[in-house]
Ligand binder design. Structure first.
Ligand code: IMP
Length: 192
């Protein structure tokens, strides 16, 4: 069965193809002839992932899923949230994003935060959403070099290392994205 993953991130595509094996043929945006940047103009992760999946479904007529992720910091009322990639400006600069986050948290005692991923799947014309969430805290300086985004300043609850220190294999066992993908895969496998 063919299904499109509406992402331009090759790593995410490889990861899901690896997990699903031969049971599903995961198509990229290029595979379905989509070479445009998908709009993400909604104010929530749920809205953005649904927007991308609905656009691809309607425009290209394929079953598909899309994801959106944000870092939600309690003391900042959920910021940067849906704006995580562009927190410090449109340049999507990870270093600047982390700098801005640490500045905003400089005088805050409460360092609690969570990463949350929402996957929107459209199959048989119906929208379903799967959420993955990991709680943790933001430390006050960067530690580690692996991963991307806010990984160097996020320590998951019950761990002593940041995502950037623990490396991809451990991170991918416990992460927000892994949890959401696991729910999606459980659904797809049951459907087969
Ligand atoms: P996306 O929806 O997966 O593209 O994620 C949006 C933004 O959230 C990224 O540009 C990163 O800034 C941040 N982000 C998402 N996932 C992670 C992660 O696993 N670690 C650190 N930052 C992340």
């Amino acid at each position: 069965m063919k299904i499109c993953f509406a992402t331009n991130n090759q790593k995410k595509l490889d990861e899901i193809r690896d997990i699903l094996g031969d049971e599903y043929d995961i198509l990229s945006l290029q595979d379905i002839g989509c070479h445009e940047e998908l709009a993400e103009t909604q104010k929530t992760l749920e809205g953005n992932s649904a927007q991308k999946a609905e656009y691809v479904h309607q425009t290209y007529g394929v079953d598909c899923f899309a994801d959106d992720t944000g870092l939600e910091v309690y003391a900042l009322d959920g910021e940067p949230g849906v704006y995580s990639a562009r927190y410090a400006g449109p340049g999507r600069d990870n270093e600047a994003n982390i700098r801005k986050l640490l500045e905003r948290l400089a005088d805050k005692k409460d360092r609690r935060a969570q990463f949350r991923t929402v996957i929107s799947l459209i199959i048989d014309g119906k929208l379903r959403q799967f959420e993955g969430c990991i709680k943790g805290e933001i430390i006050d300086e960067k530690k580690g070099t692996a991963g991307f985004g806010y990984d160097p300043v996020f320590v998951p609850s019950g761990e002593s290392l940041t995502f950037a220190q623990m490396g991809s294999s451990k991170k991918n066992d416990i992460s927000h994205r892994a949890l959401a993908v696991a729910k999606l895969i459980k659904f797809l496998k049951k459907k087969k």
